[in-house]
Ligand binder design. Sequence first.
Ligand SMILES: NC(=O)C1=CN([C@@H]2O[C@H](COP(=O)(O)OP(=O)(O)OC[C@H]3O[C@@H](n4cnc5c(N)ncnc54)[C@H](O)[C@@H]3O)[C@@H](O)[C@H]2O)C=CC1
Ligand SMILES: O=C(O)[C@H]1O[C@H](OP(=O)(O)OP(=O)(O)OC[C@H]2O[C@@H](n3ccc(=O)[nH]c3=O)[C@H](O)[C@@H]2O)[C@H](O)[C@@H](O)[C@@H]1O
Length: 438
Amino acid sequence: MRLTVIGTGYLGATHAACMAAIGHDVLGVDVDEDRIAALTNGQAPFYEPGLSELLREQTEAGRLRFTTSYEEAAAFGEVHFVCVGTPQHKDSGAADLGYIDAAIDSLAPHLTHPCLVVGKSTVPVGTASRLAERLAGAAPVGSRAALAWNPEFLREGFALDDTLRPDRLVFGIGPEAPEAEAVLRAVYAPLDPEPPLVVTDLATAELVKVSANSFLATKISFINAMAEVCEATGADVLQLSRALSYDTRIGGRFLGPGIGFGGGCLPKDIRAFQARGEELGVDRALRFLREVDAINLRRRERAVELAAELCGGSLTGRRVAVWGAAFKPDSDDIRDSPALAVAARMHALGADVSVFDPKAMDNARKVQPELGYATGALAAAEGAEVVLLLTEWSEFSEIDPTAVAAVVAQRAVVDGRNALDRARWQGAGWTYRGLGRP
Ligand SMILES: NC(=O)C1=CN([C@@H]2O[C@H](COP(=O)(O)OP(=O)(O)OC[C@H]3O[C@@H](n4cnc5c(N)ncnc54)[C@H](O)[C@@H]3O)[C@@H](O)[C@H]2O)C=CC1
Ligand SMILES: O=C(O)[C@H]1O[C@H](OP(=O)(O)OP(=O)(O)OC[C@H]2O[C@@H](n3ccc(=O)[nH]c3=O)[C@H](O)[C@@H]2O)[C@H](O)[C@@H](O)[C@@H]1O
């Protein structure tokens, strides 16, 4: 089938490459000319394991092309996937839907043949039916453009695998376009194994996405709330989390205590959901998300407090090493990164901060130019009075504590992700502090 993917960021570039890999002819569309030029040369505009290789393979095979022309996209596509950003609005917690409205407005007037527009971006419930009307109003009479919703659940760092072998597919089908189900079934038919499929209405499909992210955020904040209680009682949150995980009703995933969740999705999605809840008059039902957010942000402060304690009570004038800038390992994404937030806070308190991340250095420098940046983990630790592990890249978890001890001024470490082998570090003479651990 001939597909377009509108918006070629973390979601869209991955979706475009994977749809080509399962045999479709794909045209990626973006307003960012530099991004389109890079993608045309088979270069992913960000770090995602395996993506550059897949982009090159598919562009060379002739199944994947990129353009900035909506006219070309409209003429080409039988199905148009909309994958543009829906960031947090500058002045409120609500989602900024300006990009998605612009994408529909740019595409619609050029449509000439019957086609399906499929939203994949994460949006507040009610957006899809509004966009269906907007599309119908702007598309030329006779183009018969229909709209459906197909939320995406991929995780950065596992994006290709999550797209090619998704846990489930969700199709939101509106009453005006029942034929969309068959079209979407045909798009995903080559996936092997065949994923579980939920076919539902537009509003439910939109809600599945934000409720999934809200649940994941809640699970992380739950264990981080337990970490706070552990800190007050001398209990150990890692052992607590492990014991909980054996209960199959609870499960161990997303029960990792530390400095909490960040990234371009969970934080903004729980805030946008609350904002939408207020508009709908169901804010009481979603009030717990305010607490989820607050618990999450408190963990960042706790990491700063631990670092200060290890430096004798104040960070002013202290040399501090920060390992990690990305919001999670195997990604260069620094959007709402807990690691960078902690680094910036320590800098604001007067610390001399040196950051190293295996992939996110360029992105971090752009948003936090005031921080110091080192060429490697050991270089960052040189002369440090405290080392903080804030993103659990394996190169940090596996580093030899004796080698680090040789370069620091003081053997003190804050394990912000509970990712280090505590006994090994203590055995090498380190004072070790993990969040939620005695
Ligand atoms: N990043 C992720 O892992 C996932 C993201 N999502 C959702 O997908 C959406 C996109 O997220 P990301 O890919 O992370 O964002 P992103 O910021 O990486 O990419 C957005 C892309 O859209 C382009 N764009 C903006 N306006 C445009 C327009 N009018 N026409 C064409 N292109 C336009 C931008 O230039 C950019 O390349 C968001 O709603 C997000 O919540 C959903 C699941 C996973
Ligand atoms: O909507 C989205 O964009 C995506 O958001 C998340 O994916 P992602 O943001 O890529 O990363 P996660 O693996 O969910 O991690 C999010 C944050 O939670 C933190 N985390 C995760 C797990 C855990 O146990 N503890 C914890 O603090 C991570 O360090 C990271 O900062 C969801 O997991 C995806 O299903 C969803 O599609």
